[in-house]
Design a binder for this molecule. Structure first.
Ligand code: NAP
Length: 479
């Protein structure tokens, strides 16, 4: 049902995500007049704040995490905030929460920024407290389960109170401007789509590299690992956007129908097509850092790096590998997609001693958002010693091309869409389950073949086997 929510109920309102992303995003939306004047925000968590105490807490978070030049509307934003302490597992507390939320005029949007283990009791409490009716929608942070089976359990629990059209599963990568731009690049230009297939594309690489290590996420990360933390959600969403067929329109159903179709074509990965690793002591940007086992204080089998050669079994992508890699303590922080085109079928320049290098499209998502197409061009000159060709980049540096519009963080877009009820950039249940299905297959194969993570030095690009994974196909990782 379409409505713009005039109440927002934020679970996990004292957490890291709320402080770093959600409160700053809401404040920015408020400052730019993008949310309704009537929107009230109720925060909840166990900490025993009253309204004034929570406003102080929120002010400190905004001062810490929001750039000073974007804090203009902070004072009036804080007036929108109220707070109700609640242990989400304590059913008796939901009546008071419902009283605090009151009766919205238009509708209520709820955002669960809590551990997924709290989702089920929270949903039960919301339903019992009358906070799950037709004019209520719910946003869920990742991770949604740790396997297909557990994600079905979470999804079933949510579905008992919220139908799919009122359930908004967040993958914050979809809120990123360049990720959405991938759709514009593919489907608002005539140039790429005719070439976007196995006849013209040699392979695709998707890299999500982090320089950080465990960063205090010990409880969550150990046992989860890179495959479930990064590949299952963000990287498979990027893959789906690169590989999907053209949707008939830019709307939630059309786009998500195409994404799920492509996710279901992912072939079970062969044992020699994955490499896992775990970092050991090394150096990042010249600074010594400890190994994963040292940070953890015990040995572990959790992978902090994974590389996969993935295949899509459909006509468009027959024989085109999608190389995925992600890891912690890699030499630089970057998220990028590389589309490597095939060579020209015949080089007319070969007889003149000039080499042609196949075109490549690089879509940078983090830290900089930019798109670069490398093309061959002739080096100016009289060519007395043969024609000279050189690769030149055709850059669409987003910051330069669109200097005017404010650069927004992903959660601004996603929170606004949640408030207004647009599901296009949220992940549908069937997508999450198709993603888990494939991931479970990889994990089962690791278990059967007794694959354990290979050590790699912090500050390197992972175990050498990850290099060999592409090199044996004559492909180099883009660095
Ligand atoms: P966090 O810092 O541990 O915060 C958890 C929040 O939940 C706190 O507000 C905590 O407040 C509240 N909470 C814990 N137990 C509770 C209970 N029994 N009843 C009610 N509230 C309870 O976690 P986070 O980093 O903000 O992450 C929140 C969610 O977002 C997680 O699912 C995480 O995986 C996901 N996520 C986080 C990030 C990130 O960058 N942080 C990125 C992507 C996804 P009290 O202790 O006061 O109750």
């Amino acid at each position: 049902m379409s409505f713009t929510a005039d109440r927002l109920l934020l679970f996990g309102a004292t957490g890291d995500l709320a402080q770093r992303m959600l409160l700053p995003s809401l404040c920015a939306l408020h400052a730019d007049g993008l949310v309704d004047e009537d929107l009230e925000i109720v925060g909840t968590a166990r900490q025993p704040f009253d309204d004034a105490g929570y406003r102080n807490f929120a002010r400190e978070a905004l001062e810490k995490f929001m750039p000073a030049d974007r804090r203009g509307g902070m004072a009036t934003f804080l007036n929108r905030l109220r707070y109700q302490p609640l242990d989400a597992t304590d059913m008796a507390g939901y009546a008071a929460l419902a009283d605090k939320v009151g009766t919205p005029k238009q509708g209520l949007a709820i955002f669960l920024s809590t551990a997924p283990s709290l989702f089920e009791p929270t949903i039960v409490g919301l339903a019992a407290g009358g906070l799950a009716g037709e004019k209520v929608r719910i946003g869920l942070e990742k991770p949604l389960g740790t396997s297909l089976e557990s994600s079905r359990e979470v999804n079933d629990a949510v579905a008992r109170a919220f139908p799919e059209d009122r359930t908004f599963r967040i993958d914050h990568y979809l809120g990123k401007e360049t990720v959405q731009n991938l759709l514009a690049l593919r489907f608002a230009n005539i140039l790429f789509e005719p070439l976007w297939n196995a006849a013209h594309i040699d392979h695709v690489q998707i890299t999500v590299a982090e320089t950080v290590g465990l960063e205090g996420r010990v409880g969550f990360y150990d046992g989860a690992g890179a495959l479930r933390d990064m590949v299952q959600n963000h990287m498979l969403q990027l893959l789906a956007l690169v590989a999907m067929e053209p949707p008939s329109s830019y709307d939630a159903t059309a786009i998500r129908d195409e994404k799920v179709k492509v996710l279901r074509t992912l072939r079970l990965v062969a044992p020699d097509e994955t490499v896992t690793g775990q970092y050991r002591a090394g150096a990042i940007l010249g600074q010594p850092v400890p190994g994963y086992d040292e940070e953890l204080g015990k040995p572990s089998d959790t992978e902090t790096f994974v590389a996969i050669k993935a295949h899509l079994d459909n006509w468009r992508w027959k024989g085109v590998p999608f190389y995925l890699r992600t890891g912690k303590r890699l030499p630089e922080r970057k998220t990028e997609i590389v589309v490597q085109f095939r060579p020209v079928p015949h080089s007319i320049f070969a007889g003149r001693g000039a080499l042609t290098v196949p075109n490549r499209l690089v879509i940078g998502i983090q830290p900089e958002e930019n798109i670069t197409l490398s093309l061959m061009a002739k080096v100016p000159g009289l060519d007395r010693e043969g024609v000279r060709l050189r690769q030149v980049p055709l850059d669409i540096a987003m910051a330069d091309a669109f200097a005017g519009p404010t650069k927004r963080i992903a959660y601004e877009r996603l929170l606004l869409d949640l408030i207004e009820g647009d599901q296009t950039l949220f992940v549908r249940r069937d997508e999450v389950e198709a993603q888990w299905d494939w991931i479970d297959g990889i994990r089962a194969s690791w278990a059967v073949h007794g694959l354990t993570p290979k050590p790699y030095t912090a500050g390197s690009w992972g175990p050498s086997a990850a290099i060999a994974l592409t090199e044996r196909d004559g492909v180099h990782w883009h660095e």
